[in-house]
Ligand binder design. Sequence first.
Ligand code: PLP
Length: 368
Amino acid sequence: MVDKGIEKLIRRELAGFGGYAASKSPQTLEGKVDIPEEDIIKLDANENPYGCSPRVTHALADYTDINIYPDSWQIQLRHQLQGYIGVDMSHIVASAGSDQLIDLIMRLFLEPGDEVINCVPTFAMFRFFTDLCGGKVIEVKRDDNFTVDVAAVEKAITNKTKLIMLATPNNPTGTITPHGDILKILDTGVPVVVDEAYYEFTEETVAPLIGRYKNLMVLRTFSKWAGLAGLRVGYGMFPVKIADYLLRIKEPYCVNAAALVAVKESLEDVNYLMANVKTIIAERERLFSSLEAMEWLKPYPSQANFILCSVLRGSARELQQKLEERGILVRYFDQPLLEDSVRISIGRPEENDILVETLNELGEELYD
Ligand SMILES: Cc1ncc(COP(=O)(O)O)c(C=O)c1O
């Protein structure tokens, strides 16, 4: 066996699997940039610059049951979520980040060769998990303003289509898909995953349609509005039968004990967290105006906690690197439909000020 080489034994279709270009942690910059770790401004992963509720850190400091497995049926958690979203807990399943639910949904629906419709450009994990399952991504391009082309989605459906993935607001474009368009897509009868990771920044949701549409699944997360990205906790709303399947196929203890404590405390501190969300939204609009004033950048209006910008002069890669050298992390894209683009997460006011100042300096240095 060993003589043959262990690599020969892995699934052939995964041999060329590229993985996910994850965000950088500031520690990885040690020795590469001349800025102390604590001064790095991290605007590359749509994290919450205000962190979590102080109630979470206090409760975790006092938590003692770390030796006990968490409840696999997530009864208390699902009950708390029911109170927050107003959807019965029989529809709800939680997971280690909403990423894990994307994975579980794909595993539940896809057989090799099945098709998943993806409205591109969009969240890279949709393709990642489709590829992992041996599914086939069918890309339907958004228009120049990154609006979903509903007619093209309808046209792309074949008898192999198992899922339509729809992030709203969409990452990385920040675009909302209007309710009417989602309804048209639901009317196709194909299972539709509406990923509302940034729901709290828009408060637009199709959650009230859960139960009315047998093909609707809605995903949410605590990573963005509640600042719990590092604890990995998300949830979804599903038709009851699908929720039952997901509860059975998930890894039993996928939401860890610390995350359970954190959700409970966050949901008791919604006003505090939503005040931070409001500040982030106000900062987003302030940053948008500053970016718009730079003639070499074209920001796109966003309904989330980040702004996508086309870099009109020079390359996005070069800009990302120059910012990194100055201790500011942003995400850059250079792929079809996202040529020379950067995505900037909204930071605290003082971080956004440093970003704008640095961009103005770079604009003069690089492009004048
Ligand atoms: C559209 C979208 N869905 C899901 C996620 C994943 O969130 P989580 O941290 O809950 O896995 C993200 C994170 O960036 C996202 O942008």
